[in-house]
Design a binder for this molecule. Structure first.
Ligand SMILES: Cc1ncc(COP(=O)(O)O)c(C=O)c1O
Length: 294
């Protein structure tokens, strides 16, 4: 196949010519991934005998580590006690216990938990819950979602659409429904603030931008604004400027727009508390939180 150009979001990328795949798995890149054969403590051993140290204990979204006997025993015990039952018909004791634990430890912030299979699905569920929330209240036109530039919220279609990260979206840009998703600036003081601008003034400017975007779209059509309280993958542990949370929450409240926090990457004690917004969120409470791993 001749190389083709894909042009979207201002990026042009040649498609690689057909690769000479010799393995059955379609890897995430065109070259085969090294095959891990053993994990022990902090070490991962590969087929060719090479060993690397995994300094984070797993993928960003699931930090289980390796060979943790407490985790292994808990999984074995649960498989012995109660195997998989179809979630469409049944609940199970472990899910009930975990949900109760999460609610009991949410300091009154949450009333319900919905379990799904991964981070992208979790974001999709939040978008659907937000949409359904408005629907149940008789508002069927609130359908739009505002995300932030430079964000990443996962790989499934709606999660990819909500995120902005061009490199990850380029081949799939035709899926993105521009009527449903739009983006405001990231809260990234180091890159986004003007010379001499204080954190507070920068936060005001970002909140004004959100306000203008909601107004442009029509507040009656905007279902939710979605942010990562601390941006993890895409811009690297970036904290919002002081007063940001308070100001964007005021804008959301003014326009009846839900606020959703994506803590898939930064939540579950990764920053010292169960939720990162408890540490940095200025007391602002979101309507929905996507969280996982940890
Ligand atoms: C902030 C954020 N949200 C959602 C996801 C998607 O999670 P998953 O890869 O489990 O689908 C990621 C993955 O890196 C993420 O960083």
């Amino acid at each position: 196949m001749a190389p083709m150009a894909v042009e979207t979001l201002g990026l042009a990328r040649p498609l690689k010519p057909e690769s000479s795949r010799t393995k059955p798995i379609m890897y995430r890149t065109t070259s085969p991934s090294p095959v891990a054969v053993k994990t022990d403590n902090i070490y991962v051993t590969f087929e060719d005998g090479s060993v690397v140290i995994d300094a984070v204990g797993g993928a960003g979204v699931s930090i289980l580590g390796f060979g943790n006997q407490t985790v292994i025993q808990a999984v074995k015990d649960e498989m012995d006690r109660c195997g998989y039952v179809y979630a469409g018909l049944y609940s199970n004791a472990a899910s009930e216990k975990l949900a109760a634990y999460l609610i009991d430890h949410s300091e009154g912030d949450f009333a319900g938990v919905n379990f799904v299979g991964g981070g992208s699905e979790c974001i999709e569920s939040c978008l659907k819950l937000a949409k359904q929330y408005w629907w149940e209240r008789g508002n069927t036109i609130k359908r739009r979602f505002i995300g932030r530039k430079m964000s990443y919220h996962g790989n499934t279609i709606a999660a990819l659409s909500l995120g902005w990260h061009p490199v990850r979206r380029v081949p799939f840009a035709s899926f993105v429904n521009e009527d449903m998703f739009s983006w405001v600036s990231p809260a990234f003081y180091g890159h986004g603030a003007r010379p001499g601008e204080s954190e507070e003034d920068y936060a005001t400017r970002l909140a004004d931008e959100l306000d203008a975007e909601i107004t442009r779209l029509g507040p009656e059509t905007v279902a939710a604004f979605v942010i990562e309280p601390m941006v993890a993958t895409s811009i690297g542990a970036a904290l919002p400027p002081k007063t940001y949370f308070t100001k964007i929450k005021a804008v959301c409240d003014e326009h009846d727009v839900l606020l959703i926090f994506d803590e898939i990457m930064c939540g579950m004690w990764r920053t010292g508390r169960m939720f990162t917004y408890w540490r940095i969120g200025e007391g602002v409470k979101p309507d929905l939180v996507a969280t996982g791993g940890g």
